[in-house]
Ligand binder design. Sequence first.
Ligand SMILES: *Cc1c(COP(=O)(O)O)cnc(C)c1O
Length: 435
Amino acid sequence: MKALTNRQKEMVNIIDDDACGSNWRDWKWQIRHSVKDLDTFEELLGTKLSDEEREKFKKVTEKFPMSVTPYYMSLIDTEDMHNDPVFKQAFPAMSEMTLQKCEMSDPLSEDKDSPVEGITHRYPDRVLFLVSNVCSMYCRHCTRKRRVGDVDFIPDRTVMRKGIDYIKETPQVRDVLLSGGDPFMLDNDLLDWVLSELHKIEHVEVIRIGTRMPVVLPYRINDGLIDVLKKYPPIWINTHFNHPREITSSSRQALKKLADAGIPLGNQSVLLAGVNDCPRIMKALVHKLVANRVRPYYLYQCDLSEGLSHFRTPVGKGIEIMESLIGHTSGFAVPTYVIDAPGGGGKIPVTPNYLVSWSTNKVVLRNYEGVITTYKEPDSYEPWFCNRECGDCKLTLKLEDASEHKCVGIGKLLSDHDKTISLVPENNSRHERRD
Ligand SMILES: *Cc1c(COP(=O)(O)O)cnc(C)c1O
């Protein structure tokens, strides 16, 4: 086990005179001593903020409270604090109080697509299940800022039971994504109970957990937790690193424990102005992630949640970053850049264009270096009319292995068996004029 840094040792002494270094690695100790006020913040980092800044802090935290684990705080570089990526994600900024017209408290309409408390059912075969309203720290860029500091609570078993029952009664749900808050704020017994209940449901093939613990409180990933997780495979975990500086020896150790337990790991980053809106930073991040067996999964465009305007970048910045990754580095180190559609349309992938032009038998493409090339398409291709009678098809799909699903969206327009020729948004004035 790596020794604590000097800053961490000083912090332990200030927080708790009697404490020895081992408390630092006790996740509950970290939570108990989460930093929520300015005096403690200044004392622990040995810095002083101006009166103006103190005033700002008071105003912002009335609306959006602060809470940071001592561990995550110890990563702040006090020499250059105001440019520090950890500081920016942890410490309130005055601009959180500016509310722009386009901003919403629930931009993704998660509450509208909620059949029962805690569940958002947006996509056909998977649901989001919020099992905790608490986090070990409050990220300033949280998309669910509307809930932060509301009432810190973990729903009890009767509330969670409703979500579990919904999933049980909805056989198309094959993937359950536990999120929150942070599901690892649940203690091991409660987590064990939720996972066992979900694991019992035959149609649930995969359980996913979204957690920021490896980043902000890596000591939560302890042997007790691993023992619980190992009981309910397959569990996939997505974590949330935004900057290479967040990958420390402690977080590496947490990732190693999870990977050694056979849990596939992914990472979801948010593109944040002043934190990681730079191709070199993102490349360093994805390289460090894959070196620690974490597959970059999504890069999110910052949502239109209230108080995030200072974190937002133009979409072009995300495309520029994707341009710098695709082809330039390992395919599995490249995340998918997505915009989560305001209003609840779900995640929409956005990439640079590689298809330059097209004729009846050739496509023109460009590669990452700017080489323009052609791909000659086959002269003869017998399209196989698909009427969805897979049993009669020459392609041998074993029907018992295939899940039945309806064609929707563009897939429906492309299909042979469906006669739909256009998708028309409902309830627009053009539509109303028709009837
Ligand atoms: C992101 C999300 C999911 C999971 O989407 P994937 O693309 O499968 O990772 C599911 N439900 C909701 C509401 C989501 O926002």
